[in-house]
Unconditional design. Structure first.
Length: 402
């Protein structure tokens, strides 16, 4: 410390001393500005627009633009042209970045009570949506959003706002929360049925005014509480979560909520004209896997309701036995292959009994399952039994709800 102080006191107006305080260093003179002729400066305008000039050349060009109106107009035209050539990039972080950072941190210091792997997609998607919401002003919170889903072999929709969408997520996430023993966000509000749509409508009706930004706090607090609580449930996640007319094991319910959070995050981003990327490939794969596992039950329900082709003269397959199957091939990020049993949800998909093959992009399949893509327009490739293909695509769309 004392040597450093001595060197500082040794500095004078005549110049700085070297590191040992013995010899003065030569004073650094500022570089003289470039003096260039008009035709040279004009020839540099293209490089300046592309930010390819040296600092000295850029300074000379910018000084000239303040004096020459003709060159200033040409410079503006060139800058606009460069903007058209460059693809706009999202300011959002890569969805996989958060996962990678957390994994690196947890490798260095493992948590005493880790979040189960099956809850990680929900944790990530709620964090991503919250990051999108954090800078919203009043105009964004009241931006109109149309919720879309598939019902009765057609498209259904409901108009709301960004704040209304978060209120919807709050009430439906509350189904998981109450199953875990957390307070119900509806409080004393009575819903006609314990189903997602009924709970949402009841919450909207009970609001004295349309939901505003204040709904973000309760939604985020609840999502944090759900993640903390599932960490104490152990790794199985078999606890049932009721959706009114059906149940899902806790681990699947968490994937369902992650999926809906992403889908409605896209709805919100579209409403405010902001880019929003799909989930990380590993999380997307888990969401696709859940949808594929649910398809046989949905297909059977549609068949009983007369919305899918009957089994005809075929016999129902005994539980655990192979039967007629459709190969669902999901391409791209988070993809894979699934064999979907067609005639009984208890049957086992079998390559030897394959009657059809459908190929779709992973994000396209998720948008089909969200009711955002008509079934007739979803498949990139179809081979085999046309009736089976139609039934499975419509069953996938029927997974959607408000």
């Amino acid at each position: 410390m004392t040597g450093g102080a001595a060197r500082v006191r040794g500095c004078g107006m005549s110049g700085a001393y070297d590191e040992d305080g013995e010899r003065p260093l030569p004073a650094v003179e500022p570089a003289a500005p470039l003096v260039l002729e008009h035709h040279v400066l004009t020839s540099l305008l293209g490089a300046w627009a592309l930010a390819a000039c040296s600092p000295e050349e850029a300074a000379a060009v910018e000084e000239h633009l303040g004096e020459c109106g003709t060159c200033a107009e040409e410079a503006l035209r060139l800058r606009d042209a460069v903007g058209l050539l460059q693809r706009p990039e999202s300011l959002d972080l890569d969805p996989a970045l958060r996962t990678r950072v957390l994994e690196g941190c947890l490798e260095r210091r493992p948590p005493r009570i880790p979040v189960p792997e099956w809850a990680a997609p929900y944790d990530a998607e709620t964090a991503r949506l919250d990051a999108l919401l954090q800078d919203f002003g009043d105009s964004e919170w009241h931006a109109p959003v149309r919720l879309r889903w598939f019902a009765d072999d057609g498209t259904a929709s409901r108009r709301t706002t960004v704040a209304g969408v978060i209120a919807h997520l709050l009430t439906v996430d509350g189904l998981v929360g109450t199953a875990l023993g957390l307070p119900d966000p509806l409080g004393g509000i009575a819903a006609e049925a314990p189903a997602p749509a009924s709970r949402t409508e009841a919450y909207w009706r009970a609001s004295h005014s349309p939901p505003t930004r204040v709904v973000r706090g309760p939604w985020r607090e609840q999502s944090h509480a759900v993640v903390r609580t599932v960490a104490f449930t152990g790794g199985a996640g078999r606890m049932p979560v009721s959706y009114g007319d059906f149940e899902l094991p806790l681990r699947d319910a968490m994937l369902d909520r992650a999926f809906e959070c992403w889908v409605h995050g896209e709805d919100i981003a579209e409403a405010v004209d902001y880019p929003y990327e799909p989930p990380s490939p590993r999380h997307l794969h888990r969401m696709i896997d859940l949808a594929a596992r649910l398809l046989p039950d949905v297909l059977t329900t549609r068949r009983r309701a007369g919305l899918a082709a009957p089994a005809g003269g075929r016999h129902l397959v005994a539980a655990g036995r192979p039967g007629r199957s459709l190969r669902l091939e999901i391409e791209g990020s988070g993809g894979g292959e699934w064999l979907i049993p067609l005639d009984s949800p208890a049957a086992v998909g079998s390559a030897d009994h394959e009657v059809a093959h459908v190929a779709l992009d992973g994000v396209e399949f998720c948008r089909l399952a969200a009711g955002h893509v008509p079934p007739a327009e979803a498949a990139a490739g179809q081979v085999g039994d046309r009736e089976a293909i139609r039934d499975v695509l419509f069953a996938a769309a029927s997974l959607s709800r408000m």
